[in-house]
Design a protein around this ligand. Structure first.
Ligand SMILES: [Zn+2]
Length: 438
């Protein structure tokens, strides 16, 4: 299919330019202020912004092993509806992708059902159990990096071994940082004033930042590319800022919920339960500061669906919320509209930096690039309604929030994969893009 996106404002090189974009055979073929419409199916983008498709470097698609929570089909449909053209899929699956034969079922499900590009992570350790290293070398051609997400790697020696090998393989280690020896059993919220007032066991900030601190020492020693998952504490932000100033190959992400909410917003509802927990106002403000000064590179949702029953036990529910289908509208409305974060900074965190860090194709709206694009409508007041989600998960703290912007269309591999007007996701499988990737 050939498409011409006309009348829109294109985000390129950090600026906004009035341009038409022509797409043919999965590629951008021309970008110019005015293009001939002959031979193209025209998509009117008046008053809309065309950006490189979003990339979420931290999602849980739950297949194989937990298809009652989510599948590759439902999770990538949610991604398409949220404006994402690529997601990096975490390995806490069954089987855990810790060897090629354990990665195969996930690759098969992706080849069959992915509505956007999926780049799996391989596990760092066998079964994500922290004892023995997984088969990193064998998995390398098929994965975007290595992670034991859901758990921290407790052994310093094992993490050092993993970093040395990842460095040799030129892949990043993407770390869920959590020192279990510093955790309170049964924690369900941040260990702050709200926890004390309301009588809930708290999770210490130290459990996160102590492990970030340890890993940064190992990066200094090994030179491994290292990405910190879902940074939630002000201390972690300060450590990562310092490491970047030293020139270490370090990057990180945080989630929309950590940038927008704090523990004073908590309700005893599964929609507010995730790991790490939503922390104090001071932590939230430090995260926003980190996004503004470039310490925080990416916004990733940590989309982690569970069944309704699993999320029915208030703040004692399983950890994880969904994020793909409301991230952009909520971030734009809460951070860009009030002038807290420049729009270009938000877009860089959603679509430019993730590709640069994980060496994924796309990210530029130029002739010759792959046609992975998102069309945004910034004048679209509506309400987040989780009952309309393509995800099987429904738990988000932003359910019912009023937003002023949204994703109008998502184009992946030159195909129109999502259209808001019909709320439809195209079921054609989308291949991962191997170019520049292995
Ligand atoms: Zn995690």
């Amino acid at each position: 299919m050939n498409f011409l996106l006309t009348g829109g404002v294109v985000f390129r090189d950090g600026t906004f330019q009035n341009m038409d974009v022509a797409i043919s055979k999965g590629r951008i073929v021309s970008v110019s202020p005015s293009l001939s419409q002959e031979g193209f199916s025209v998509i009117e983008c008046q008053d809309q912004v065309i950006v490189p498709g979003f990339v979420d470097v931290h999602v849980h698609l739950r297949e194989p092993g937990f298809s009652y929570k989510e599948t590759v089909a439902s999770g990538t449909a949610a991604a398409a509806a949220g404006g994402y053209t690529a997601v990096c899929a975490m390995p806490n699956l069954d089987p855990v992708p810790d060897a090629l034969d354990h990665l195969r079922p996930e690759l098969d499900a992706v080849a069959r059902d992915a509505r956007v590009r999926v780049y799996p992570y391989g596990a760092i350790t066998r079964g994500e159990k922290g004892a023995e290293l997984a088969e990193l070398r064998a998995m390398k051609p098929f994965v975007c990096g290595f992670s034991d997400d859901g758990k921290g790697v407790q052994s310093r020696e094992r993490m050092r071994d993993a970093m040395l090998l990842a460095k040799e393989l030129n892949k990043p280690i993407t770390a869920h940082c959590e020192d279990e020896s510093l955790l309170t059993p049964g924690w369900c919220v941040h260990n702050g004033d709200w926890a004390k007032r309301n009588g809930f066991p708290g999770n210490n900030s130290e459990s996160e930042w102590r492990q970030v601190e340890r890993d940064l020492e190992l990066v200094r020693e090994t030179g491994c590319r290292y990405h910190v998952c879902h940074v939630s504490t002000k201390e972690s932000v300060a450590l990562i800022r310092q490491a970047k100033a030293e020139g270490l190959p370090v990057s990180c992400e945080t989630g929309p919920h950590y940038l927008i909410l704090c523990d004073e917003d908590l309700m005893d509802d599964g929609r507010f339960k995730m790991s790490p927990p939503i922390r104090s106002a001071a932590d939230r403000d430090a995260l926003v500061e980190g996004l503004l000064d470039g310490t925080i590179d990416c916004i990733a949702t940590d989309h982690a669906p569970h069944s309704a029953e699993e999320k029915s036990r208030g703040l004692r529910s399983l950890n994880g919320i969904v994020g793909l289908e409301c991230a952009f509208p909520v971030l734009y409305t809460q951070l860009v509209e009030p002038g807290v974060v420049p729009f270009a900074t938000l877009l860089n965190a959603l679509c430019v930096n993730p590709r640069r860090l994980f060496r994924l194709p796309g990210g530029k709206i130029e002739a010759g690039e792959i046609a992975d694009l998102t069309v945004l409508d910034l004048n679209w007041p509506h309400t987040i309604d989780s009952t309309t989600f393509f995800s099987q998960g429904r738990a988000t703290p932003f359910d019912g929030w009023t937003v002023t912007a949204g994703v109008d269309k998502t184009i992946c591999n030159g195909n129109l994969v999502y259209t808001a007007s019909s709320h439809n996701v195209n079921k054609t499988p989308i291949p991962p893009c191997q170019e520049d990737y292995i």
